[in-house]
Design a protein around this ligand. Structure first.
Ligand SMILES: [Cu+2]
Length: 335
């Protein structure tokens, strides 16, 4: 090849690579990392991006150069020269990409196994997903229950997932790790938070009508603040916590139901502020009607609504005390 051609291809390649690099660097594609696992995922992301930019710049440079250098004049109807390939070039464009793809694969496998390693003495948090709410249990803290995910800084945390109904997916964008929560399968992931602050846990598997509302607040605090939080929660729950209002929020009732006493505005199920009238229509005492609606929602279907939308398993996923305080809260709140 002529020297001039090589110089031109190189120049075009540098320009294309520079533009791609600007797009990659200047746009904040990823949230600021807040975990060790996300740091590693970011590394893989950049590793693959750099390789992709190099290959793209090379291909684009040769292509752009050829479009101009080998274009034919408008009146030229003749066939081009017949070319029989180039063995050296073909070997190169097979071996080089193979090496790069294998490199990306090996690096990803290493990161995947590092990200799955909980190290010694991890802290376990059980995550319970149900249409359309998340609940957390801390087995190391006397099975403390919470609707908010609070994590101590720099601790390896193993999340053990359980789903009560359909497939959900656990994702805190700044922490990278993402895991499907599948009914009947015990899945888990490890997260090591590296930054204090408030984040959001998002369900990323379309799980039903209230999917978009299936979020939970996440907060990363120092170990000292975490211990304080645990203490506060434990005191709270021994002095009458777990009230109907708390259960209403934690079980996700508010994502489907409007109910003034709970400040909820869900629109998927009936407005529970009218529950007394609906109980009357069904010819039942409000408390009995509410209890039946929670434990066996498909027995009486509120008019204008469909069966099978309200989860049918609250009878199993809530304790009988939780159901009792919920029934009291809903039936009395409406009077
Ligand atoms: Cu979900």
């Amino acid at each position: 090849m002529r020297r001039g051609a090589i110089v031109r291809i190189t120049l075009i390649g540098i320009v294309v690579a520079a533009i791609c690099t600007l797009v990659a660097v200047l746009i904040p594609w990823l949230p600021d990392s807040a975990s060790k696992q996300m740091d590693r995922i970011e590394f893989i992301y950049w590793f693959a991006t750099v390789i992709s930019i190099a290959i793209f710049a090379l291909v684009a440079a040769v292509l752009l150069y050829s479009v101009f250098a080998f274009r034919s004049p408008p009146e030229d109807e003749s066939d081009g020269p017949s070319i029989h390939g180039h063995t050296g070039l073909e070997i190169a464009w097979t071996i080089v990409p193979a090496i790069l793809v294998i490199a990306i694969g090996v690096m990803s496998a290493v990161v995947l196994s590092q990200n799955g390693n909980a190290g010694t003495n991890p802290m376990t948090i059980k995550v319970f997903a149900q249409q359309f709410a998340w609940r957390f249990t801390y087995p190391g803290e006397n099975n403390l229950k919470s609707n908010k995910l609070v994590m101590p800084l720099n601790r390896n945390i193993t999340f053990d997932f359980e789903s009560a109904d359909v497939i959900h997916s656990f994702w805190i964008p700044a922490m990278g790790q993402k895991q499907d929560v599948v009914p009947g399968i015990n899945t888990s992931i490890v997260v090591t938070p590296t930054r204090t602050g408030n984040f959001t846990l998002i369900c990323t598997e379309l799980c039903g009508l209230g999917h978009a509302t299936m979020r939970a607040p996440v907060s990363v605090v120092s170990q000292v603040d975490f211990d304080k939080w645990v203490q506060e929660q434990q005191q709270g729950s021994s002095s009458g916590g777990g009230s109907g209002q708390t259960v209403f929020a934690s079980a996700g009732c508010g994502s489907c139901h409007t109910f003034k006493p709970a400040n909820s505005t869900g629109k998927i199920g009936p407005d529970l502020d009218n529950i007394a009238a609906d109980a009357k229509k069904a010819g039942e005492d409000p408390a009995a009607y509410v209890k039946e609606s929670i434990v066996d929602p498909n027995k009486v279907i509120a008019s204008g609504y469909q069966a099978g939308v309200m989860p049918g398993n609250f009878g199993q996923t809530l304790s009988s005390q939780e159901i009792d305080s919920l029934v009291k809260f809903v039936s009395e709140g409406s009077q």
